[in-house]
Design a protein around this ligand. Sequence first.
Ligand SMILES: CC(C)(COP(=O)(O)OP(=O)(O)OC[C@H]1O[C@@H](n2cnc3c(N)ncnc32)[C@H](O)[C@@H]1OP(=O)(O)O)[C@@H](O)C(=O)NCCC(=O)NCCS
Length: 212
Amino acid sequence: MKEIYALGIGHNTPVFIDLAEACGYRIAGLYHYNDSRTGEYDHGFEILGSFDDLLSLPTLSSKNFLLTMGNNNIRAELFEKILKKGGNIPSLIHPTAVISRFASIAESGVYISPFVYLQADSSIDKNTVVLSHVNISHNTTIGKNCFLAGNATVGAYTVVEDGVFIGQGALTISAKVSKIGKNAYIAARALVTKDVPENVIVVGAPARVMEK
Ligand SMILES: CC(C)(COP(=O)(O)OP(=O)(O)OC[C@H]1O[C@@H](n2cnc3c(N)ncnc32)[C@H](O)[C@@H]1OP(=O)(O)O)[C@@H](O)C(=O)NCCC(=O)NCCS
């Protein structure tokens, strides 16, 4: 059986472990952000060391890694460091997901959870998390290092730029929303009716920029 090491120990971690196991991997151990828990067990898996311990190994070649943290910036940084050391971060697609044969998913770090629907002529770039029941319509591009929370719907003909967070149950209207700018944050249940600029939080129905 293929082995995989999980990085990050938080509330999301067992969710991603479930996904890896559903995709045929055995969890070989966990790594934490610091060394305070080394040697302990979490959800039955041994904590083998810190991220620094892992990244100080001469090479990570031929090893598989699972990134379980929700924060897009932290995940992006670790993603690059692990690949640079030769590690493999396989994309994982849950067997219940429905993926059009005309859609494409990057090879590394894309996590497609149960009951996701990815329609034709759409794509998902590397290191992007798609949680359960997300619906990505046709002719839509999802950038790298994004996080799409459960039940979100991304309409057709939309470019979702890198680092975007889309909250639970948010909906972007097909064709009306052509771009969601880099690192934008869409609140839970937001109804997005027009383009969203970079680096803003939008909230409500219709969604408006929230003052920080
Ligand atoms: C928008 C969001 C970032 C605001 O969080 P916050 O800065 O902690 O804000 P607060 O909870 O203090 O709420 C501030 C105000 O906005 C309102 N509000 C919060 N979230 C809202 C939302 N999604 N839609 C509409 N109003 C919202 C609150 O009711 C509150 O209103 P009030 O001042 O009239 O009482 C957050 O609520 C949210 O939607 N996050 C997405 C969560 C998610 O989908 N996670 C997925 C994890 S898998």
